[in-house]
Design a protein around this ligand. Sequence first.
Ligand code: DTR
Ligand code: CA
Ligand code: ZN
Ligand code: ZN
Ligand code: ZN
Length: 277
Amino acid sequence: APDIPVANVQAHLARFQSIAAANGGNRAHGRPGYRASLDYVRQQLDAAGFTTRVQQFSTFGSIGYNLVADWPGGDPNQVLMAGAHLDSVSSGPGINDNGTGSAAVLETALAVARAGFQPREHLRFTWWGAEELGLVGSRYYVANLSSADRAAITGYLNFDMIGSPNPGYFVYDDDPQIEKVFKDFYAGLGVPTEIETEGDGRSDHAAFKNAGVPVGGLFTGASRTKSAAQAAKWGGTAGQPFDRCYHSSCDTTSNVNSTALDRNSDALAHAVWTLAE
Ligand code: DTR
Ligand code: CA
Ligand code: ZN
Ligand code: ZN
Ligand code: ZN
C-alpha cells in the first residue's frame, strides 16, 4: 500500500475547519456546514474519477445526506467498504470527531485513484450523516440495502476519531481477519495496540455488524482517561482524557496528534490494499 501523506490529510482537516468557520462554527446534521463538507468531499472524489451519489434521509426534522463513492471496477459481488461519519456535533467544527476519519478515508480513496489501483474486490467509500444523533445515516444505508447488495459486502471498515491529541491505539475486536490486518500493520511499526472496548453500539460499524457484515476499525480514544500503563507504552499524558475536547468547541485542527493521524491513515490504506485483493 502507498504511504498516505499526512500533510494531505491535514489539508482536508483545514478545509473542514474553514467550512465550519464559514457556516456558524459547526458541521452538524441539518446545518449548512454539513452539506458544505459533503460537497467538498464529493468534488474531490468526482475529480479523481469516482462514481459518487448522495443518499438523502430525514431525521430530527432535517434532511440528512450520506455520500457514497464507488471506484469503478472489481467484482460487484465482493465489495469492500471503508467509511466515516462526516457530521460534527453542533458545539464545534468536529475536527478529531470526525474530521480525522473523514479525511483519512478521503485521502485513501484519492490514493487509490493516484495509484490506478485495480483490486479483485470492488471498493466503496462512504461518509455518513447524522452519526451524532444516533448512527442515523449508516443505519438508514444498511436498512435500505437489498439483500443481494448486503450479501455482496465482504467487510466494512470504520474510522471515527483516529487523531486524538492524547492518543491510544485501539483496534476494533470484531471480525478476526480484519482485526489481524490492523494488528499486523501496527506490529510492523512496533506500536502496541489494545482492543477497543467502548462498545460496538458507539459508531457506524454497528448497523453493519448487526446485519452480519464483517466489521473492523481504529480508534484513538475520547473522554476516557489514559492510564499510567497506557502512557508508558504510547506516550502522552496519564490521568488525562484521550481527547479533552471531545464534543467541545475546542475540537479544532489543534486538537489532533499528527503522528496518530499519520499512522492510522497508513493503517487504513494498508487494510484496503490487503483486504481488497
Ligand atoms: N460515539 C463516537 C465516539 C466514540 C465513542 N466510543 C467509540 C468507540 C469506537 C468508535 C467511536 C467511539 C462519536 O462521538 O462520534
Ligand atoms: Ca503516512
Ligand atoms: Zn461524536
Ligand atoms: Zn464520531
Ligand atoms: Zn467492536
